[in-house]
Ligand binder design. Structure first.
Ligand SMILES: O=C(O)c1ccccc1N[C@@H]1O[C@H](COP(=O)(O)O)[C@@H](O)[C@H]1O
Length: 218
């Protein structure tokens, strides 16, 4: 059976990053957009240097409607593997990002009935998708989930095109099982593993156990 991909996003301190990496997740994410989880690129770079050499995880930077210049500035300071575009970036802009940078690109799309058609418009310019909830006035990190009925269709489309597809929005240890039953390729969480604004070891451990990715977080 394939392992479900896990991304823990919105890490805000060295302690957060350490917990996420110790948990053995596949991707750790940082928010470089307006958010209560926004981080400073130089701080992130210092945290990453303190960790054992990359072993099995990749680093994702989350941006909302950045300019190419904004991306270049952050990339000069932080060794990102993936650029996640979480705003209203049109396919033409995503194509420019693809041409200018060597990092993988994930496009976040906010759920609506026609989101599969939207995936089709971006598929040539990205390495993966994040499907997140649509919440008025917010871009992400909402703790709100959307209707997961079409998750198998998103997966099927991504698999056929050799792309990653992560589901985001309000996922936690109590509801992750129902996504796994739908054959989800991967999950992307911020709020669901936080307590008092920090990544919580116990919440992360329970999540991973329920995903059959257990082991004690040291
Ligand atoms: O987490 C944020 O604050 C954030 C801000 C702006 C854009 C994206 C953001 N996070 C993304 O939201 C989901 C996680 O949401 P949830 O908290 O688990 O409901 C994930 O894709 C993050 O990259």
């Amino acid at each position: 059976m394939k392992k479900t991909i896990v991304k823990i996003c919105g890490n805000q301190s060295y302690a957060d990053v350490h917990t996420s990496v110790a948990a053995g997740v596949d991707y750790i994410g940082f928010i470089f957009a307006e958010s209560k989880r926004r981080v400073d690129s130089l701080e992130v770079s210092t945290w990453l240097k303190q960790l054992p050499k990359k072993n099995g995880y990749e680093v994702v930077g989350v941006f909302v409607n950045p300019t190419l210049h904004d991306l270049a500035e952050i990339l000069a300071k932080v060794d990102l593997d993936v650029i996640q575009l979480h705003g209203k970036e049109p396919p033409s802009f995503v194509k420019e990002v693809q041409q200018k940078f060597s990092q993988k690109i994930w496009k976040a799309l906010h759920y609506h009935e026609g989101v599969l058609d939207e995936m089709k418009r971006y598929v040539s310019f990205v390495d993966g998708f994040v499907i997140d909830s649509k919440v008025q006035g917010k871009w992400g990190g909402t703790g709100v989930s959307f209707h997961w009925k079409d998750v198998p269709k998103y997966n099927q489309f991504a698999e056929k095109n050799n792309k990653i597809c992560l589901i985001a929005g309000g996922i936690n240890s109590t509801n992750v099982q129902s996504l796994i039953e739908k054959g989800v390729m991967g999950v992307d969480l911020a709020s669901g593993v936080e307590r008092n604004g920090q990544k919580d070891r116990k919440l992360m451990q329970t999540l991973l156990e329920r995903m059959n990715r257990g082991g004690t977080i040291s």
